[in-house]
Design a binder for this molecule. Structure first.
Ligand SMILES: Cc1cc2nc3c(=O)[nH]c(=O)nc-3n(C[C@H](O)[C@H](O)[C@H](O)COP(=O)(O)O)c2cc1C
Length: 365
């Protein structure tokens, strides 16, 4: 018998796949690089290492699933892909393991396929420090993602309705686990104030996980009998606008060499290597992908996803060479044109958009 939680995991996979839309415009489409025709370097000199957690590449698979047979198959595939490509990889929320211990193998299958890679556990913020440590240990995880997802919960028929304990819970989890804690949204973004608070709570990283890709407001509303609360679709900020407003916070962003700094990760709606490079240039230390990779894995299989990821890594190096960036940190000195709705949001949030357009030495003449 499938438990209600396992059924929800299958609903999420089904509805996220049905919702996937690579064509719709994203905020990354409103960010353009200024082209400097003599700025280019060479792809062979590019170092793809991420400033976050010593990751070999600035790309990772962010948390999706576990808890059902179908989810186990997805996690097996993601384990193989991450082993073959070197990408860090997360499982989906492991809270179900605390209530239904028999589901643990649907998560650990990923670790078994990738025994030496960087693997992230995942939980909500309703677990105790002891429980969080138990989940990390069960997966032999190298880091723990904690998702904070109030819009999803409000849209979800069986969702939580109390969120006022989350900051305290995160502090307890940070104290209790021995690996870095990375707090993330699930597609509605983290504001500058939220990132600052998480930094002060002692987290090792944040993933702004913004709107524009997988949309849990829409998914949870679709799980309701008459699609109620569909107005929560599209709630929040994109990764682009989150990075623009939080990227200069003191102590945030390992690329800026902050001592004991909080790694700044970004995800939400990433479709291709240019989206990745754009988010890196806006200040991300590494970029996460969920929906796009899930789509390829389920439609075309493991080998196709391995090839796609390898292709993206090559394209990221080529785009960095085009932009004259040898490292991920160098991308922060490229000139970016923030246009259209991105410019509008940035200005409303008090960001100096002109400064982004003149960051490079090519603009200092
Ligand atoms: C099928 C599916 C299930 C997900 N489940 C979780 C989860 O359990 N925990 C979590 O932190 N995020 C979860 N996410 C959210 C992703 O980590 C990510 O924040 C979001 O999908 C935006 O990225 P994308 O646009 O690349 O899909 C899930 C995403 C998908 C597609």
């Amino acid at each position: 018998m499938t438990s209600p939680t396992a059924q929800r995991k299958d609903d999420h996979l089904r509805l996220a796949l049905a919702q996937h839309d690579a064509v719709r415009l994203r905020d990354t489409d409103h960010v353009r690089f200024v082209h400097h025709a003599l700025a280019g370097g060479s792809s062979s000199s590019v170092s793809l290492g991420s400033p976050a957690f010593g990751w070999p590449v600035p790309l990772y698979v962010t948390g999706m699933t576990g808890g059902s047979e179908r989810a186990a198959e997805v996690n097996r595939g993601l384990g193989i892909v991450s082993r073959e490509t070197g990408l860090p990889v997360a499982v989906g929320s492991m809270g179900i393991v605390l209530r239904e211990p028999a589901t643990l193998p649907t998560f650990t299958v990923l670790r078994e396929e990738n025994p030496d890679g960087f693997v992230l556990a995942n939980t909500n913020a309703n677990v105790s420090g002891t429980e969080a440590a138990q989940l990390v240990s069960a997966l032999a995880a190298d880091a723990l993602q904690v998702h904070i997802n109030a819009p999803q919960e409000v849209a979800m028929p069986e969702g939580d309705r109390a969120f006022d304990h989350w900051a305290e819970a995160i502090a307890e989890i940070v104290d209790s686990v021995e690996v870095p804690v990375i707090v993330k949204e699930v597609g509605a973004g983290l504001s500058r104030g939220t990132v600052a608070m998480l930094r002060d709570l002692g987290v090792g990283g944040v993933d702004v996980a913004g709107r524009g890709g997988t949309d849990f407001g829409a998914i949870e509303s679709a799980r309701r009998p008459a699609g109620e609360r569909g107005y929560l679709a599209g709630w929040g900020q994109s990764a682009v606008t989150c990075l623009i407003e939080a990227g200069d916070l003191p102590g945030v962003g390992a690329a800026r060499g902050a001592a004991g700094g909080v790694a700044l990760l970004a995800s939400g709606g990433v479709r291709n290597a240019l989206d990745v490079v754009t988010l890196l240039a806006l200040g991300a230390d590494a970029v996460g992908v969920a929906g796009t990779f899930l789509q390829v894995l389920v439609s075309d299989g493991v080998d196709a996803l391995v090839a796609l990821v390898q292709g993206w890594l090559e394209e990221i190096a080529d785009l960095m060479a085009l932009l004259g960036a040898r490292t991920v940190a160098d991308l922060r000195s490229t000139d970016l044109l923030l246009t259209g709705p991105v410019r509008e949001v940035a200005e409303l949030r008090g960001v100096d958009v002109a400064a982004f357009a003149r960051r490079s030495r090519w603009s200092q003449v």
